[in-house]
Design a protein around this ligand. Sequence first.
Ligand code: ADP
Ligand code: MG
Length: 698
Amino acid sequence: MVEALHTPIAYLKGIGPEKAALLKKELNIETYWDMLQHFPFRYIDRSKIMFCRSIPESEGYVQLVGFIDSIQELGVGRSKRLQCRFTDDTGSLQLVWFQGWRWIKPSLVPGKKYRIFGRPRLNGAFWSIAHPELSPADDATNVGFQPVYSSTEKLSAKGLHSRGIEKLIRGLLEKIDWSQLPDTIPEELRTKLGLYPVESAIKSMHSPHSEHDASEAKRRLVFEELFHMQLEMLLRKGVRKRNEKGYEFTKTGEHLREFYHHQLPFDLTNAQKKVVREIHQDMKSGEPMNRLLQGDVGSGKTLVALISMLIAQGNGFQAALMAPTEILANQHYETISSLLQDLPIRIALLTGSVKRSLRKPMLEGLKSGEISFLIGTHALLEDEVQFSSLGLVVIDEQHRFGVAQRAKMRLKSTLSPHVLVMTATPIPRTLAMTFYGDLEVSIIDELPPGRKPIQTMHRFESHRAQLYQFMREQISLGRQVYVVYPLIEESETLDFKSLEDGYRSITESFPSPEYNVSMVHGKLPPEEKDREMRRFVAGETQIMVATTVIEVGVNVPNASVMIIESAQRFGLSQLHQLRGRVGRGAEKSYCILMTDYELSKESKKRMDTMVETNDGFKIAEVDLRLRGPGDLMGTQQSGALNLRIADLSKDQTFVVLAREEALELYNRDPRLTGPSLIALRQYMISLFNNKPQWDKIG
Ligand code: ADP
Ligand code: MG
C-alpha cells in the first residue's frame, strides 16, 4: 500500500488532534486508509426527482424540486407549528415543522428554488411532509446516492455524524493519488470475474451513481477480502508443509489387517471407508497430516480414529486419543479396549483422576513404548507425559481444544506427529473453509445403516402430564430417558435451582423403588459424576437428569428419549448435539423440546428447524444464518472474524468462489512470482511480516 495512505487522519483538512483521537477511540480509524475503509452501510436514493402530482401511494422517501410560498405559523403553545406550501410544475403539497421551526423560518425564502427530501403522508386529500430536508436546488452534494455512515453520539456531537463523515471522505477521495494504489487482485482475475478495479470500487462504495454501481463496488471488495484470506491460509499451509517433515506410514501392519478383516463388528459405511482412505493417504505422504474429520453425531468417528491409530501402531508408532471430558475418555477407552480385546495391543487410560501409584508405571510404559495407545483428557498434555515414539494424535471434539493444545501435543514427538481432529459439530462448508482453511477436511456424510430417524416434538408446560405418561410407557418398554436442563454461566445459581426443582419433580412423579433417577451436573465431584453416569450406562437408573455435561459424545444405546427443558435457551447446534445422545440403538427414539409459550421469532425458528430435520449440516446452516459465524465458532477463533466488509453468513457463495480462485492461483504459482502478482505478493508479505514464519513465503 502506498505510504500516503498511512498518513494519520489528523492531517486531513477539517480534523485536528482532538477529532482524530475521537475517531480512533470510537471507530478505530487512524489513517487515511482506515477512513477510506469506513464504508457506508446503506444509501439514500436521491437520484430521482418526483412530482407533486405523481407521488407514489406506497410510502417512502421522495425528492422534489420547487418553490416555497405562503409560510404560516399555526397553533399556540405546544401545538405551535410552521407550515408552508411547496409547489412544483405539477401541483403542490404541504411542508410542516413541529420543532425547530424558529431556526428554519428565517432560512425559508419565498420564490427561491429548493430541493426537498422527506417522507410524504396523506393528510386528508393533501400530501404533507413533516420535517423535510431542505437544500438549494443547485446544491450538488445532495444528488445521486447519498451514503449513510455509522457514527456515534460523541462523534456526532463534534460534527462527525454521517453527513460530516461523508464530507471528510469526499475530500479524501479527491486528495489521493490513485495511480499509486496498486490493485491486489490480479488483472486477469478481475477480467475473468468482471470485478471493478480497486480505485473504482472504493470510489463507488462512497459515492455510487446507481444501485448497481454500489453493489458492483461491494462485490469487488467482498471478493477481495475473502480472496486474501483464503490465499493467506493456503500460503500458511504451504510454509508449514515445506518446513515440517512427517512420518511416513507406508505399512499396513498385521494387527490392522487382522482387525479390519476379522474383528470389525460391522461393515464400514462408504463414508467411513472414504475417510479412512483419505487419512491413510495423508499418513503415508511424508508430510504431517493435519486433518479435520467432520461427522454428525453417531456417524461412527470413533472407529475411524481407531483404524488410524492402528495404522500408526502397524508402523511401529504410538497413538494418543484426547477427549474433552473424563466421561468421554472413559467411554473411548472402554469401546476401544473391547474392540481390540483379542489383539496384543496395550492401551492405557490417563485422566486427572488416575492415582499417582497407577500413573507411574503407566508413564514408564509410555516412555518405553510398551503402551501403544494412550487415551485420556487434557491430562495428556502434561509435561511428564512422554512417549517413546508418538506418531498420531487424535483429538475428539475440536471446539474444546485450542490451537495451543494441538501445538503442545505436537511437541511430544521428534517430527510432527500426524494430527486428526474430530468434530461432531457440523460446520457449514463455507465456514470450514474460513476457519479451518489450513486443515484438510474429511466429511462422514452418512450414518450407519438401520438407524431410525429421531422423532422430535415441541411441547409446552401444559403437556407435562402427558409427557410423564409417555416417559412411563417408554420406561416400561425397557428404555431410558434423559432430562436435560440448561446451564448458562451468567445465571448459574438460577439454573442450578431449576435443575434441582426438576430433579425433585421427577423423583416425585417417578418414585423409587419402581424408578431410579440419576443426576449429573458440573458441581458434582468427578467420582460421583462418574458413579451416577455408570449407573445409568449400566441400566440401574432409568432416568438421567442432567445439565449439558452429557452433551458431548456419551453413548448409551438403550436411552431412547431425550427431553430438553427450557429448550429455547439452547443454541441450535447444542440442541442437535443433545438430540444425538439418543437414536443410537435399534429402538425408535424421541426428542422432546419443552419451552415457554412466549417464544421469540428466533427461538421459534430453532424449535421448528429441530422438528423438521435431523440433518446436522442443514441445522448448522440455519444456525449460521440465525447467529452469525462468531457465536457459532466461539470466541477462540474469532481472529478469523476480523472481516471488514464480507459477511460470512450472507456471502457464502463468495467464500466458495474466493476459495476456488485462491486455490487455482496458488496451485499455478505458489510463490506468487508472476509479473501480474507483484502487488498481491507485496500485500501478502506485509501480512506475513506481522506473524512468525510468514516471511518465508518468498
Ligand atoms: P460419533 O461419530 O458420534 O463419535 P460413534 O463413533 O460413537 O459416533 O458411533 C456411534 C455408534 O455407531 C456406535 O455405537 C458404533 O459402534 C456404531 N457404528 C459405527 N460405525 C458403524 C458401522 N459402520 N455400522 C454400524 N454401526 C456403526
Ligand atoms: Mg464421538
